[in-house]
Design a protein around this ligand. Structure first.
Ligand code: AMP
Length: 116
């Protein structure tokens, strides 16, 4: 799979509005926000293109770090108490556009269910 735009954001080759970073995880504001808060949380490793690449042996710890980051960012954004939605699109039917695992953190407005 060819390199994605997120790999360039990780290397700081293209700008992004970064809201969180540690050794394993990077989070930045979505360029086309679907809610008042719309942040993408990504692993810095590029080997996981979509959820079906995830294995318990290789990625358990990393997944915990992604969700821990999501909780911390939700607090930073002051949407932790009102609630928020975490979304991972996997594959074409889900509308995945960028093939580098990412969690959408959406909040700041009332969400509908079922999603479109
Ligand atoms: P998905 O459809 O789940 O693959 O989501 C990809 C997301 O990446 C979309 O919500 C895009 O708006 C977002 N996106 C694409 N390029 C950028 C970028 N350069 N900076 C921030 N967000 C981006």
């Amino acid at each position: 799979m060819s390199e994605t735009i997120f790999a360039k954001i990780i290397r700081k080759e293209i700008p992004a509005s970064i809201v969180f970073e540690n050794d394993d995880v990077l989070a930045f504001r979505d360029i086309n926000p679907q809610a008042p808060t719309h942040i993408l949380i990504i692993p810095k490793i590029t080997e996981i293109t979509k959820t079906t690449d995830i294995s318990k042996e290789n990625h358990s710890l990393l997944l915990g770090k992604l969700f821990e980051a999501a909780n911390q960012i939700a607090k930073q954004e002051k949407i932790d108490e009102g609630g928020f939605r975490l979304v991972i699109n996997c594959g074409p039917d889900a509308g995945q556009e960028v093939y580098h695992l990412h969690i959408h953190l959406l909040g700041g407005r009332k969400m509908n269910w079922p999603p479109g």
